[in-house]
Write a protein that binds this ligand. Structure first.
Ligand code: SAM
Length: 238
């Protein structure tokens, strides 16, 4: 069946659909079908999702804004739509919903209401980076963004205490500070992978000891883009 055809295979449910983290080709056939047949798409930003649908040549169905500030109040609206027999999709701006993004509260509310929740897999920045990091992917902890100020030191101490690979998200504004903090806690010899702009034109992986990576990042004229940081395990914890 062509992906342009409308599929009748989708039952009424809440579908969590992952969208690309950069490269527009990184979306599944099933996700495109769902975006095409959805009765309503709840999304973090209607302009971004509208633009994405346009790029895929999908005529926008009803788009409803559902972001971190109104997520809780939209739960009941979503439940109502599914109870009316609609195909309801939730997408965040990029990647997988509920991974450092809105979506988690909607899922909890839907499960409590006895609604079917279907997760349609796709891109996630941390998995993309982890599998190419060269660090141990068999046992790892994804901890998302470190707190910006309060609790940051304790967060990193907790991360270190786990004794397994740790995967973090960080903004370009704090990436150098984060590597300095990692060196302070884990030491300059700790193995790191800093993945930047994954799936995009300027995709880059810096792999090696934290001290070397800090030097490489400091040597750049500017630090731009989106980052995933993967921290290896100290020799004594291996
Ligand atoms: N839901 C998304 C996912 O599934 O990965 C994550 C959303 S979170 C708000 C955005 C953060 O994810 C960025 O600040 C960055 O740390 C990471 N990220 C997203 N896209 C990325 C990319 N293309 N390259 C590197 N990191 C990325």
């Amino acid at each position: 069946m062509s992906i342009k055809e409308k599929s009748t295979n989708f039952a009424s449910a809440l579908y969590l659909v992952a969208t690309p983290i950069g490269n527009l080709d990184d979306i599944s056939v099933r996700s495109l079908k769902l975006l095409r047949v959805a009765d309503v798409i709840f999304c973090e930003d209607t302009r971004n999702t509208g633009q994405l649908l346009k790029l895929y040549g999908i005529a926008a169905p009803r788009l409803v804004s559902c972001h971190e500030h109104n997520e809780q109040s939209q739960v009941d609206v979503i439940i109502q739509e599914v109870n009316l027999g609609k195909i309801v999709v939730y997408v965040s701006d990029a990647g997988t919903p509920a991974i450092s993004d809105p979506g988690g509260r909607i899922v909890q509310g839907a499960i409590q209401a006895g609604i079917d929740v279907v997760s349609v897999p796709g891109a996630t920045a941390f998995v993309t980076a982890l599998v190419a990091s060269g660090l141990n992917c068999n046992e790892f902890a994804f901890l998302g963004f470190p707190p910006q100020k309060k609790g940051r030191k304790n967060f990193l101490l907790h991360a270190k205490s786990l004794g397994i690979t740790v995967v973090l998200y960080e903004s370009p504004y704090r990436i150098i500070t984060l590597i300095e903090e990692i060196i302070e806690l884990w030491g300059i010899e700790i193995e790191l992978c800093v993945a930047r702009e994954l799936t995009k034109l300027h995709e880059e992986y810096l792999r090696g000891k934290a001290g070397e990576i800090l030097q490489q990042i400091r040597a750049k004229s500017s630090v731009k883009g989106e980052f995933v940081v993967i921290i290896g395990v100290l020799s004594k914890d291996k």
